[in-house]
Design a protein around this ligand. Structure first.
Ligand SMILES: C[S@@+](CC[C@H](N)C(=O)[O-])C[C@H]1O[C@@H](n2cnc3c(N)ncnc32)[C@H](O)[C@@H]1O
Length: 176
């Protein structure tokens, strides 16, 4: 990504101050690992992912999306670099988080997208605060009715990445 494009994306993101909008006491942060990626570091994203990964129709999934730091940047790359409308860009954007308030804040920041409350390490688990739509999306995004492999220990991160890739998603981060 060119420095100029990144500067434009960063400008769009800076309307939202780092980790603002939800109160996160220390014990909550210890339990959830809610340390979001600073905007300046989101600039490292294109080093890991070629710009073509953000092309129209390429879906982006952040399975631990927090307040949407990566997803907001991804949306603006699609708009600023590829000329997509906001509506079209949001059709490609998917996020999951275990905390209801993060899910709601992420969706608000994005202005849409498919942002789902769920536990990616146990996608079938029903969480307090999940909507019927969340439960349905978690099944569609992750569940494999034939096995309980997400409950297995070692390697589940690799399996999540593989399954997301098979489903046509780019798993941006598994930072949980
Ligand atoms: C380190 S933050 C990363 C946020 C975002 N990807 C970023 O880079 O700014 C991890 C996020 O994962 C969420 N989380 C923790 N455990 C989770 C789980 N089992 N399933 C889904 N989300 C989870 C937390 O609520 C937190 O928002």
């Amino acid at each position: 990504m060119s420095a100029e494009l990144w500067a434009d994306v960063a400008r769009k993101m800076n309307g939202h101050a780092y980790m603002e909008g939800v109160e996160r006491p220390v014990d909550r942060v210890r339990a959830t690992g809610e340390i979001f990626t600073p905007t300046a570091l989101v600039a490292g994203m294109p080093a890991a992912l070629p710009l073509e990964r953000f092309a129209p129709g390429k879906t982006i999934l952040d399975p631990a999306c927090g307040d949407g730091q990566f997803l907001v940047a991804a949306k603006w790359v699609k708009i600023l670099h590829y000329g997509l409308s906001e509506e079209a860009a949001l059709r490609d954007i998917y996020g999951v988080d275990i905390m209801r308030d993060n899910v709601d804040l992420c969706r608000r920041r994005l202005g849409g997208g498919t942002i789902v409350m769920g536990n990616v390490l146990d996608p079938k688990a029903i969480l307090e605060g999940q909507t019927e739509q969340d439960i349905d999306y978690m099944r569609r995004l992750f569940a494999d009715e034939s096995s309980d492999r997400f409950h297995a220990g070692d390697g589940r991160r690799r399996r999540l990445e593989r399954d997301a890739a098979r489903a046509g998603f780019v798993p941006l981060t598994l930072g949980i």
